[in-house]
Design a protein around this ligand. Structure first.
Ligand code: NAP
Ligand code: MG
Length: 398
């Protein structure tokens, strides 16, 4: 059998721990036997990020801007414990944060739905897609510890010397402060990405902030969405028979729990981080959640929504067999290959991505599953296997 050919390479961003092992298994078992895989490889594993002073992360994001499509493995975001564990030069920033800031995109996350796994929220009949603003707020903040009585202020200095000041707090003892920002440009790009994606998938768009409390910051998000909707999208939404709906973040959470699904839910950066884990768990498993970062210039970065599955990795290091679910990472690969196929006009590559996704869903529906799905799925016979055997079962179907 001749292998499917590619034109432009994918930017391949390797990662850490269990997902790094699964990454290689996916390539070996279900991709390279069928596709003459072309990638430009960047090792974003923590060891290499430390060795390159995190330059490798920046290089990979720059190359993604040039080539257009990347696929990323989960990576460790170092904390104090990791600094010790890996003997790091410093507590490097989250690679996802760095890449998102450089591509200034919106992250769309949707669960992989299979027959036999019912969402815990029984009224959800259709998938809910979360659009996470991927720039700014607490992910690009400046924080300070205040170590005693002090006056903390926000200070903005314009090039012409004009200064804006506002008191944050008059401290009478120790505490903490943080400053965060967003830009009109990024919020506008976020809004357009959400309206465009809603039209693409023909689903209502819901957006929420806490503008009653954050009367300047969050209110700016609300206003920009409203202005862009009125000026550019209202008539298109009406023609498509879909709606744009704005409310408060706590109200939207309550409404989502009572909805049927089939909604694109636009979230500010932090809300999207938290709510996508909630959504993934409610739909089964974190391992069944796909994620794609779309930049305003049309650059795509595909990844899994979960982390490096550390607990499984420590078992793996002890020589124990692990049953880590590779679905989300596999769908990152199929998403990237499909997009590459569409951009390069390679119908065989697009077709391969479709078939690989179908084979993996069929494998689960026929009862061959990883451990995380054991108590979630309702099928006549369950066959819990390790990651390698799960991938081999997919390859056999393929
Ligand atoms: P995690 O890696 O997502 O894993 C949390 C738990 O969820 C696992 O222990 C496991 O539960 C379950 N799980 C997640 N993915 C699974 C899969 N594919 N198959 C089966 N079970 C799965 O989150 P974490 O343990 O909080 O974080 C670990 C590391 O990942 C951290 O260093 C963090 O910085 C990093 N992280 C990276 C990203 C990213 O790169 N996108 C995102 C989040 C976190 P059981 O143990 O009960 O089996
Ligand atoms: Mg999260």
């Amino acid at each position: 059998m001749s292998k499917i050919q590619m034109k432009t390479p994918l930017v391949e961003m390797d990662g850490d721990e269990m997902t790094r092992i699964v990454w290689q298994q996916i390539k070996d078992i279900v991709i390279t036997p069928f596709v003459d895989l072309k990638t430009e490889y960047f090792d974003l594993g923590l060891v290499n990020r430390d060795a390159t002073n995190d330059q490798v992360t920046i290089d990979s994001a720059n190359r993604t801007k040039e080539l257009g499509v990347a696929v990323k493995c989960a990576t460790i975001t170092p904390n104090a414990q990791r600094v010790e564990e890996y003997n790091l030069k410093q507590m490097w920033k989250s690679p996802n944060g760095t890449i998102r800031a450089m591509l200034d995109g919106t992250v769309f996350r949707a669960p992989i739905l299979v027959n036999g796994i019912k969402p815990f929220v029984s009224c959800w009949k259709k998938p809910i897609t979360i659009a996470r603003h991927a720039y700014g707020d607490v992910y690009k903040n400046s924080e300070l510890r205040v170590d005693g009585a002090a006056k903390a202020e926000l200070v903005v200095t314009y090039p012409d010397g004009r200064v804006d000041r506002k008191v944050i707090q008059e401290f009478d003892g120790a505490g903490v402060i943080q400053g965060m920002h967003n830009t009109d440009k990024s919020i506008e790009a976020f809004a357009r990405a959400c309206f465009t994606y809603a039209l693409d998938i023909k689903q209502d768009l819901w957006f929420a902030t806490k503008d009653t409390i954050s009367k300047t910051y969050d209110h700016r998000f609300k206003d920009i969405f409203a202005e862009i909707y009125e000026a550019e999208f209202k008539s298109k939404f009406e023609a498509a028979g879909i709606e744009y709906f704005y409310t408060l973040i706590d109200d939207v959470v309550a409404r989502i729990m009572r909805s049927e699904g089939g909604i694109l839910w636009a979230c500010k950066n932090y809300d999207g981080d938290v709510m996508s884990d909630m959504l993934a768990s409610a739909c089964g498993s974190l391992a069944m959640m796909t994620s794609v970062l779309v930049s305003p210039s049309g650059v795509y970065e595909y990844e899994a929504a979960h982390g490096t599955v550390t607990r499984h990795y420590y078992k793996y290091l002890k020589g124990e067999s692990t049953s880590t679910n590779p679905m989300a990472t596999l769908f990152a690969w199929t998403g990237a290959l499909r997009k590459r196929g569409q951009m390069d006009e390679l119908p065989d590559l697009v077709d391969f991505a479709d078939r690989l996704e179908k084979a993996s869903i069929d494998t689960i529906e026929s009862g061959t599953i990883t451990g995380d799905l054991k108590n979630l799925i309702n099928v006549p016979e369950k066959n819990v296997v390790n990651t390698e055997d799960f991938l081999k079962a997919i390859a056999a179907k393929l």
